[in-house]
Design a protein around this ligand. Sequence first.
Ligand SMILES: Nc1ncnc2c1ncn2[C@@H]1O[C@H](COP(=O)(O)OP(=O)(O)O)[C@@H](O)[C@H]1O
Ligand SMILES: [Mg+2]
Length: 265
Amino acid sequence: MYDAPASEQKVTQNETKIAARNVQVFYGSTHAIKDVNVEIEDKTVTAFIGPSGCGKSTFLRCLNRMNDTIDICRVEGDILLDGEDIYDARVDPVQLRAKVGMVFQKPNPFPKSIYDNIAYGPRIHGLAKNKADLDDIVEKSLRRGAIWDEVKDRLHAPGTGLSGGQQQRLCIARAVATEPEVLLMDEPCSALDPIATGQVEELIDELRENYSVVIVTHSMQQAARVSQKTAFFHLGNLVEYGETGQIFTNPVDPRTESYITGRIG
Ligand SMILES: Nc1ncnc2c1ncn2[C@@H]1O[C@H](COP(=O)(O)OP(=O)(O)O)[C@@H](O)[C@H]1O
Ligand SMILES: [Mg+2]
């Protein structure tokens, strides 16, 4: 087989941000994630794709211990963030979730003002020294969420009064306000119209400069548009993981090929 010289290979390789080793997840007797090993890179958008029920959300929730909140859920194996085991007894899950932020399918702003939606996390984590400091964090976060211009004149209006797309960008701004290193997004555009989806996708591309972003999506078009790495899950297995372009044009596993050509899923 022909091996392209290094200069012709488009493969990018950033530092590993999160490493999963032999991860298994059980809900009671349901074995939802089966021995998953993967290294998720820094400053990269990684897409998790696969048919409904294959374990994408379950595996995503392992990465910031959100599964801890589900009583019957049991996680085995190791997940390392910058080489440190996030399931170590000394790790405070609240601190961890500030570092590894999450954005959900349905925008879920707090029933508070736009300002307070953003200020909430920095306040509980003591990130602001005074009011001016907090004002700065709020502005910076709303800018990172690409929504500052739309809300700067009504910071004290309720967050719930924004449109769906604006609410989702507000939630992304809220997640970045605590200075996370990783952003997990579970189908963040599925409740949005195409215009709002485009805005959030553009934002995801910008976030990649500063964060490791992991996005679950049921849209292969979206995965192809926003991600550099793609992981294909099927029946709880991580079947294939690699460069997004390669996964979509030249998958190695027949199950991946069936999925991307529409034969399963
Ligand atoms: N809270 C839960 N309690 C019990 N089983 C669950 C729970 N969440 C997910 N599951 C099961 O785990 C499997 C994977 O689900 P999920 O991670 O939601 O898949 P996906 O996000 O790919 O659609 C499915 O069989 C689902 O029924
Ligand atoms: Mg899901």
